[in-house]
Write a protein that binds this ligand. Structure first.
Ligand code: GAL
Length: 945
């Protein structure tokens, strides 16, 4: 075992709460080849990824984190986005939606450890891969130890590290691991990798440092295992289903996804294991959820658990969230980053959540899983279509047998008898595998006060409740199950519900049954404390929630969620979400009353000893229609007389970008400090009268465009390019359309006088820097070439540029670009729009704003997330930025992506007041505007969000 903290004095003290270690006192983190340990106690780390920067509503962080904890996760993995906090060098903001102290406090309160991942590079399909766009103007290759970049990233680390440091497990906080960089390839720059760690240590980070290796490579484990740059616990990222959401039936195109053991002295760490997908083909996230649904989770996660013996898992993503503002990296994602995750963007629980819960509760309840070695399978199926793999705990002998189809592609249902040499004897038991199901079966396990010889049902959880063991086992509906328990003498078996046959011979009580609904068996006597055995199906088992109280654990079913429970006197209090219907609680006999939220729930005692009551249905939610739209056209910048004298002169003749401009001056928006959203250019030239054409080229990132005016006359639009890709196979496609040619129409030129070209260029976000080659990342945004053709000797143009000042203190630097309306506050709820007109049926080319307000008064004590829906078909001729109360909550349009529904998160949305929606519509040609628009709810529960 490596004593990580030898140089860091730590206080050891009593473990508090659940999971062990997430409490106010200081703890020690160590590890060996099997698992992490907190204060010497082994831990199976079950983490899911969450990005606070994709949920700009801190009050909802608690909801998501509590939902993760309620599924059995004991940790959350969090990227910290440098770009989100830093609009320019030396300027950092950790307030409001960027308050990561609050985030880490909330994680601790939710009972979750934190894997802190501050990069500096994070990828994550976020703009610049988390690097602020201003880093594009810093000399020296990003993600290297080049001095310019080094000064920049150290600045970030010295801001973020101290925050993380004060929330470490070693000081009583939740941070248990620190992840350096992201999928940083070996042989890139070891000194850089080492420096990140040195900075972290200097800033007080004393928990183990990890990194996530890309693509099965294990690169930090091998050559540089102990050299400069090596981390303590490298892990591996695996995305076996790839990202082709349109074809969810394609199974494991990227292989079995087995997380490799990287070193003998550390646990196997699945640092990012696929739990959803980016929607590469615009198939929609429901398809991504299908691609990575329960069948995938059963097959791949269980295979990974038993085949490699991993005890550290982090699933990417647990909750995806929203690319609000200009947060998205332009090539792979659109506004929604739902990711097909277990918890949807609108915070709804899905069947994937149920599967996480089944597996998560198992990992949490069955302690021998934290220390296992691969063993020859003790269980042989008599049907060759099925196969088994096994591990065993070397101390307890507990066996874990994975049963699945031998052929990964098999979709049929197969039965077999397992000939199982279990630690307590040899048995023949039935098993069934349906399609891509995979079961982890347990033998030789001290289940509370019971001895489980073996079971062909899977264990979901078990708990000592009121002096008896309550065990919840489950199997596929309709499949046969057998559970064998060992007793010193014949026990009394009472089948309370369901069809279960019991037979006692030679110390073994064998129960045979078919998984169907929820069977209940009470076993007493036999020299052990009583056992209530609950035998469910996947579905009925998933209906259970487990929570810890000061008086011990409780199980609850019939609620939509249980966040926490507490017991005092004869009353059990639940913080739970409910949607009406029966609720059943398994608590000790002292518990006679139930209170959910602020309501008493009358209960009666059942033959199982549980309490049964009913919850009320939530009040229906009524949402107003969106009417009374007002409209105003903008783009005064297009008019020749517009005063641009205060705009920034774009007159640089050099740039540090690895991509040189095709014409001078340099017109790259970043070089003038305009990093996010739209930018305007105005180019002045004195015409001779013989000018015939304007040739422009703009680089915008995928789905970007630009619009061009000459002396106020609209000349048209062109698609922006993504040129200057590095040529690596992993780079985005290169649909660079080449320069846009615009003919000068007759009668528009003003010979001998000032002529003005106005260009509105979209910046769809910054490329990531996944392969750390700088070429993609430093790809410019804005105009890269501009000439006026036709006049002898060429036409000099003098340029000015205007973009977002990026100074909104509340919403941050990524909220706005440089549209006139944005610069003037048309998106803000307080903007006086009384003088605005009724929208016309057709929008003119350019930018038109539409605004309306609506009042909400949602039922108190309920959670009914609201969305905005664009009806009708979007046109590729327009793109819409959607502002809710000034917050840029998304982009919509025929060329933007498949998204029609936009989440309006509570917090930004006033659920009990007036809200303003403002749409900035950029049209490339005369077109009917978007719509009709309506509000809708994603769900409705009573609850304690
Ligand atoms: C990983 C990367 C993550 C994310 C993921 C795909 O390679 O580390 O940040 O980009 O791929 O969603």
């Amino acid at each position: 075992m490596r004593r990580l903290l030898a140089v860091f004095p730590v206080l050891l003290c009593v473990l508090l709460g659940a999971p062990a270690g997430v409490g106010a006192a200081a703890h020690e983190v160590t590890y060996d080849r099997y698992s992490l340990k907190v204060d010497g106690e082994r831990l199976v780390l079950q983490s899911a990824e969450f990005h606070y920067f994709r949920l700009p509503s801190p009050e909802l962080w608690r909801d998501v984190l509590e939902k993760l904890r309620a599924a059995g996760f004991n940790a959350v993995s969090i990227y910290f986005s440098w770009a989100y906090h830093s609009p320019k060098p030396g300027v950092y903001d950790f307030t409001g939606v960027r308050d990561v102290d609050r985030l880490l406090r909330t994680a601790r309160q939710a009972g979750l450890y934190v894997i802190a991942r501050p990069g500096p590079y994070i990828n994550a399909e976020s703009t610049g891969g988390g690097l602020p766009a201003w880093v594009k103007t810093v000399p020296g290759r990003a993600r290297s130890s080049a001095p310019g970049y080094q000064a920049a990233y150290r600045e970030w680390l010295h801001r973020i590290n101290p925050i993380i440091a004060r929330h470490q497990v070693t000081g009583g906080g939740p941070v248990i691991l620190y992840n350096a960089e992201n999928e940083y390839q070996v042989n890139t720059d070891a000194a850089y990798m080492q420096d990140i760690q040195d900075q972290a240590r200097a800033d007080g980070i004393d928990v183990p440092i990890t990194t996530n290796d890309c693509c099965d490579a294990g690169s930090w484990s091998s050559t540089w295992a102990t050299g400069p740059g090596a981390v303590q616990i490298p892990g591996v990222d695996d995305y076996p289903q790839s990202f082709e959401c349109a074809t969810p039936e394609v199974w494991g195109p990227w292989g079995e996804g087995l997380t490799e053991r990287l070193r003998d002295d550390i646990p196997v760490f699945a640092a990012e294991y696929q739990a959803g997908a980016i929607d590469l083909g615009d198939a929609g996230y429901d398809k991504c959820r299908e691609l990575t649904g329960p069948a995938y989770m059963k097959y791949f996660y269980k295979n990974n658990l038993v085949t490699t013996g991993a005890t550290m898992f982090s699933y990417y993503m647990g909750y995806g969230g929203t690319n609000w503002g200009w947060l998205a990296q332009p090539n792979d994602v659109y506004t929604s980053y739902d990711y097909g995750a277990a918890i949807t963007e609108a915070r709804q629980l899905t069947p994937k959540y149920d599967e996480f819960k089944r597996q998560g509760y198992f990992l949490e309840a069955v302690a021998p899983l934290a220390k296992t070695d691969a063993v020859t399978s003790p269980a042989t199926p008599d049907n060759p279509t099925l196969t088994t793999t096994a591990r065993a705990n070397p101390d307890t002998g507990t066996q874990f047998v994975l049963v699945k189809h031998a052929d990964r592609a098999a979709t049929g249902t197969d039965d077999a008898t397992l000939d199982w040499a279990a630690p307590d004897g040899r048995h023949w038991v039935p098993v069934r595998v349906k399609g891509r199901d995979a079961h982890v079966l347990v033998a030789g396990y001290d289940l509370g006060g019971q001895r489980l010889v073996l079971s062909t049902s899977e264990i979901m959880t078990h708990a000592l409740i009121g002096g008896r063991d309550v065990a919840l086992l489950y199997g596929t509906a309709g499949s046969p199950g057998a559970t064998i328990l060992r007793y010193g003498s014949r026990p009394v078996v009472k089948v309370l519900e369901g069809d279960v046959r019991a037979e006692y011979t030679g110390g073994d009580l064998r129960l045979d049954y078919t998984h169907d609904g929820l069977a209940r068996v009470l076993v007493t006597g036999g020299g052990r404390r009583p056992l209530l055995l609950l035998l469910g199906t996947d579905e009925t088992a998933a209906g259970f929630w487990r929570a810890e109280t000061g008086a011990g654990p409780v199980l609850v079913r019939g609620t939509e969620l249980v966040r926490s429970a507490s017991a005092s006197g004869d009353t059990l209090r639940l913080a739970a979400d409910t949607a009406g219907g029966q609720v059943e609680v398994f608590a000790g006999p002292a518990t006679r009353r139930l209170r959910i939220g602020a309501e008493d729930v009358p209960v009666t005692r059942t033959p199982s000893g549980s309490l049964l009551g009913a919850t009320r249905a939530p009040e229906p939610v009524r949402l107003p229609a969106l009417t009374a739209w007002r409209s105003r056209a903008e783009a005064p910048e297009a008019a020749p007389g517009f005063d641009d004298s205060r705009w920034t002169a774009a007159d640089h003749t050099t740039t540090i970008s690895p991509h040189q401009p095709k014409t001078l001056p340099v017109l790259y928006a970043d070089d003038y400090g305009y990093h996010y959203g739209n930018v305007w250019y105005r180019g002045h030239f004195t015409a001779t009268g013989s000018e015939t054409r304007i040739d422009l080229n703009a680089v915008t990132g995928l789905r970007g465009n630009y619009l061009v005016w000459l002396n106020g006359r609209y000349l048209g639009s062109a698609a922006g390019g993504v040129e200057a890709d590095s040529g690596d196979a992993s780079t985005p496609p290169n649909p660079d359309p080449g320069p846009g040619h615009f003919e000068v129409p007759a009668g528009v030129l003003r010979p001998g006088a000032d002529n003005v070209i106005s260009v509105l260029v979209a910046n769809m976000g910054h490329n990531d820097d996944w392969i750390a080659d700088d070429l993609r990342f430093k790809q410019p945004r804005g105009l890269v070439a501009a000439t006026v053709g036709g006049a002898v000797g060429g036409t000099p143009i003098s340029w000015r540029i205007q973009g977002s000042p990026g100074t909104d203190p509340l919403r941050g630097p990524l909220n706005n670009g440089g549209l006139y309306g944005e610069r003037t506050g048309w998106h803000l709820p307080t903007y006086p729009d009384k003088s605005w007109k009724t929208p016309s049926a057709e929008l003119a080319p350019g930018v038109t704003w539409l605004r309306t307000a609506f009042r909400l008064d949602l039922p108190k004590g309920q959670d009914a997330p609201v969305g905005l829906r664009f009806g009708g078909d979007p046109s590729p001729a327009y793109r819409v930025q959607v502002f809710l109360n000034g917050w840029n909550v998304g982009q919509y349009g025929g060329d933007i992506g498949p998204q029609r529904d936009f989440v309006l998160p509570a917090g930004i949305l006033d659920e009990h007041g007036t809200n303003t929606i403002a749409l900035a519509v950029t049209a490339e040609q005369p077109v009917a505007g978007p719509g009709p628009l309506s509000l809708f709810t994603y769900g409705n529960v009573r609850g304690s969000r």
